[in-house]
Design a protein around this ligand. Structure first.
Ligand code: BGC
Length: 767
């Protein structure tokens, strides 16, 4: 006995006194010899630790609990919180989520480190999705910037604030591709395109993790939800997913692979079933692809209770079977099902699962804890002074303001109604959202306090050369809702509209702050209608009758079907939910201090019946109208096939022209595309130049167009710049139905321009 305990102490000392930092970047480049050394040292330490862990302690590492109790106050004596404290002391918890604050985390960590037998620190997770206390635009909005540097920076400051507050692991980025704006969680992703989504996912991973995971300014990231969650049938959250292999390999999986290649520390599996097998119990996804083909060496956490939910899927009959299948399938950590802690020991003792599987899961979890530097200093994320000076600091505010401006998309600007003159105007501002300081924060910002966004009205105050009248008008939604209940929308009461109409008659311009409240999108918030909610459409039409100079400031967490507005309202600015600095960003764009440059990361349909409508669709056997009034082709009889606004679309206060497209095949499977862009308007502006290809004939049918490159180009009035984009095998190939990446010879088309429907076309051939 004595010998064993001395051995424990020696091993622990050698672990906790290690002086090197474990670098995320180094983890990326394992081929390098120094890195190999670092990796080997970590692996040796993990093995020694594993060697002295009991089965119970190992399973404890695979167990994650949520914590909503006051950890710095007196510990509860009874109930589930007390049980959690007991489990923590026994070393039966490896991770906690939803515990925040340097002091609170320190108090918990202290129990893990000082009171458990082996003193293994906790990894503390939290949904830091688009900011922590200070928030950036919702991820879909950020994606409209196409600005990978700004997006990376936004994740970097989110990580900084979170890390300062005790958190060392975020459940982000969500890299689920989705083509269905009814799905509430489109707000949390990068939209419909796999190429853009992969680039943005990687930018976010790099932003969160930096190049040193052990720094007290960075946190571990998590690519979620693996996989297929964005393809829920009918856009209904948690619904069945049934997709073909081509869509799985070419559309759904690539952003996850990109995150894995970029060194993301963890993955989260998902609630949905994929082709009949729940993702949580899906070994094809987690073992064969992720841990096999992609060689991912981090760990996989289940989604909240998703192991337990395999019972509801009717995939297993008992909690024990659920634990067994999830483990066999490669889910390493159980988030809040409590089934690993209940059943795995029995499963091992009865030889139903091998200890090798447990060891592999535990090693993966310990590896990330080592990389985070938690064994060097378990309290490195728990410095209240650092927390105080970091949260809401200037650099953080600057980054989220920059991100917010870049996320805005100008959808329509007839007669150059925007930007507004800075003086001499009577401006009528209408709508509850104009004074709202909570909704602009968006959904999925658990760390931020209500009422902390700069409202539109506050943002406009800086531009005090104009006269403002604010009339709220008809109520849009009930502010007295309690999270996470459904938000109540006013569907019939138009009282207050007359006052708006009278004021509109005397205004030079009307700014309509209309659209969705933040809690109309997000998890569990799918919708069958995606037009302006409640009475807003009717109110807008009436206001427009009184004054045609209307600018619709569209607040939204998803693409909305605003066909009438597009036909009638002269100015439409998509302002999403832009985060803490929302009002300041919108005001700068309204007045032209920032020239909008965003491009839609997701198609806007004309009507909900067109969904799914996305730019990279297939040709079908009947793609075109054969003759006027013919019916036998792929179309609707009551609406055309074109969306309202295509993917990649967005205007500027200036205009751009594209010319001199050149396509050169430099060598086998390598093509250089170059073209020129000219700013043909009067203002300086920024264009997102986009490159699409069409693989004309494929052994598996290919989309009509696929984004394969883009560049942000800043141009002064009249300035011209040349853009050159290289296409390599990565861009020219695709996954066949066996999941193999192939490049096929034959003809290709190239399209370049400022939107996915651009007409400037070139061609090349691969031998
Ligand atoms: C969501 C995840 C999230 C988790 C923890 C789940 O409901 O699907 O995305 O990370 O909760 O909050």
């Amino acid at each position: 006995m004595k010998i064993i305990s001395r051995f424990i102490i020696v091993v622990l000392l050698s672990i906790s006194t290690s002086s090197f930092a474990f670098k995320a970047k180094e983890n990326l480049h394992k081929a390098d010899s120094t890195d190999n050394k670092t990796v080997n040292i970590i692996e040796t330490k993990i093995d020694s630790l594993l060697g002295i862990m009991t089965l119970e302690e190992k399973i404890g590492q695979m167990n994650q609990y949520t914590g909503f109790w006051d950890v710095t106050g007196p510990a509860p004596k009874e109930g589930s919180a007390a049980t959690k404290y007991d489990d923590l002391r026994k070393g039966l918890i490896g991770s906690m989520l939803n515990v925040t604050g340097a002091e609170q985390v320190r108090a918990l960590q202290k129990i893990a480190v000082e009171e458990t037998r082996l003193g293994i620190p906790l990894i503390i997770g939290f949904d830091v999705i688009h900011g922590y206390k200070t928030v950036s635009p919702i991820p879909l909005a950020e994606s409209a910037s196409w600005d990978l540097e700004a997006i990376k920076k936004s994740a970097e400051v989110a990580a900084l604030e979170a890390a300062a507050s005790g958190i060392n692991w975020t459940f982000a980025p969500m890299v689920d591709i989705s083509r269905d704006p009814r799905w509430g969680r489109v707000m949390e992703g990068a939209g419909e395109d796999t190429y853009l989504g992969s680039k943005i996912g990687v930018a976010r991973v790099m932003g969160f993790q930096g190049d040193d995971l052990s720094s007290k300014r960075t946190i571990a990231a998590c690519a979620k939800h693996f996989a297929g969650y964005g393809f829920a049938e009918s856009g209904k959250d948690y619904n069945t997913v049934d997709v073909g292999t081509s869509t799985l390999f070419n559309i759904i999986l690539p952003p996850f692979k990109a995150a894995s290649d970029a060194g993301v520390a963890t993955f989260m599996n998902s609630f949905n079933e994929l082709n009949g097998i729940p993702a949580t119990g899906n070994s094809f996804l987690q073992r064969d692809i992720l841990k096999g083909k992609w060689n991912f060496d981090g760990f996989v956490v289940s989604d909240w209770g998703s192991i337990m939910e395999m019972l509801n899927h009717r995939y297993v009959a008992t909690g024990k079977d659920a634990a067994e299948l999830a483990l066999l399938a490669g889910s390493d950590m159980d988030m809040e099902s409590h089934l690993y802690i209940e059943h795995i020991a029995d499963l091992v003792e009865n030889n139903e699962v091998s200890i090798g599987l447990i060891d592999d899961a535990v090693k993966r979890i310990l590896r990330i804890k080592f990389q985070l530097g938690l064994f060097d200093d378990p309290y490195r994320y728990c410095d209240p002074n650092f927390e105080k000076e970091t949260i809401g600091s200037r650099p953080v505010q600057d980054a989220v303001l920059d991100m917010a401006k870049k996320s805005i998309v100008l959808l329509k600007n007839e007669g150059n109604i925007l930007p507004l003159e800075k003086s001499g105007l009577n401006v009528l501002v209408v709508g509850q959202l104009a004074r709202d300081k909570t909704s602009p924060l968006g959904n999925w910002r658990l760390g931020a306090d209500n009422g902390t966004a700069v409202s539109l009205l506050e943002g406009l105050q800086k531009y005090d050369g104009n006269n403002y009248t604010f009339i709220e008008g008809p109520k849009m939604f009930d502010e007295e809702f309690s999270f996470p209940k459904e938000i109540k929308i006013n569907n019939n009461d138009l009282s207050g509209l007359q006052e708006v109409i009278s004021a509109a008659r005397n205004a030079d311009v009307v700014l309509l702050a209309f659209g969705e409240h933040a809690f109309q999108s997000g998890e569990g918030r799918s919708q069958s209608h995606i037009s302006l909610p409640g009475v807003q459409q009717e109110a807008m039409e009436e206001i427009y009758k009184a004054n045609k100079n209307v600018v619709l400031l569209l607040h939204n967490g998803r693409p909305l079907a605003i066909d009438w507005a597009d036909k009638n309202i002269p100015g439409i600015l998509d302002v999403w939910q832009l985060g803490t600095q929302s009002g300041n960003a919108i005001a700068e764009v309204i007045y032209g201090d920032y020239n909008p440059s965003g491009k839609l990361p997701m198609t806007f349909p004309k009507s909900v019946g067109q969904i799914p409508v996305y730019y990279n669709h297939k040709s079908t056997g009947r793609p075109k109208l054969p003759a006027p009034d013919e019916v036998f082709w792929s179309h609707y009889t009551d609406i055309d096939n074109e969306p309202l606004y295509p993917f990649g679309y967005g205007l500027s206060y200036t205009t751009f022209s594209y010319s001199n497209l050149n396509v050169d095949k430099v060598e086998k499977n390598k093509v250089t595309v170059s073209f020129e862009i000219k700013n043909t308007g009067k203002r300086e502006g920024r264009e997102v130049a986009q490159l699409y290809i069409q693989d004309v004939v494929g052994s598996v049918t290919r989309p009509v167009r696929e984004l394969k490159g883009f560049e942000l180009v800043n141009l002064k009035s009249n300035e011209t710049k040349k853009v050159t984009i290289q296409l390599t095998e990565n861009e020219l190939g695709f996954y066949n139905n066996d999941g193999n990446f192939i490049v096929e010879p034959g003809d290709f088309k190239v399209f370049v321009g400022g939107s996915s429907n651009t007409q400037l076309e070139g061609a090349f051939k691969l031998d």
